[in-house]
Design a protein around this ligand. Sequence first.
Ligand code: OAD
Ligand code: ZN
Length: 245
Amino acid sequence: RTLRFAAGALADAGSAVAMTGAGVSTASGIPDFRGPDGVWARYDAEDFHISRFEADPAGFWADRLDLVDDLLGEGREPNAAHEALAALEREGVLEGVVTQNVDGLHQAAGSESVVELHGNGEHVVCVDCGARDALDAVRDGDLPPRCPACDGLYKPDVVLFGEQLPEYAWYRAHAMAQNAGAFLVAGSSLSVEPAASLPREAAARGTTLLLVNHERTALSGRAEYDFRADVTEALPALVDAVRDY
Ligand code: OAD
Ligand code: ZN
């Protein structure tokens, strides 16, 4: 079960989809969630629940801006893992990338078909009229930020705890997963629903499942290929192996 076989499985699948988590961005200086230096070791997840936003939008936003400076910060660049996935799409192996990340680094690396399941951290959205704006537009103003068009509250354009996933993103992710002959997951603990149900249900339908992650994941027992490896090494190696196949 070497990378060479995994590359063959991907190339022969006809069409494959990748799903990524925070582990693909740690090498870009963005912490993951559940590791020892993860976001939930430093911040209280309860503070970022939709009910906190509704009860105390100014307090929510003050905490959110702290977290965003920590997580997204200026000058984050895509790494070899993002670049490898973009290369697999260009070469016609991947249909696209479904990501749980909100950092925009897949697009920055050149991936064109990207489904952001948990939204985009660089944007805000008006809860009343749906207008979107850049996060930078609200950074230095009064809290909570409000929509200039209708005075509604601005919310980060990300999925908060207690919220549903954006319907269209979920629909697209499903369609991609449904059509894929192989499903590659990189840098995710697969512990968050409903995202984790995409590869789980694909595996149940008989889709070849490949995992690349430092640690065991919730689907390790179900995967044909379960590489415990660094994504910045394994994914470029996979690209090379696909080219040699
Ligand atoms: P997690 O923090 O749960 O999992 C990241 C996984 O990546 C861990 O298993 C790490 O060991 C692994 N990892 C980190 N760096 C790596 C590297 N360079 N190479 C290989 N593996 C590496 O993050 P997610 O699975 O993305 O949701 O978490 C999913 C969701 O939980 C997030 O989207 C967020 C969070 O609550 C929302 O905010 C809605
Ligand atoms: Zn509005």
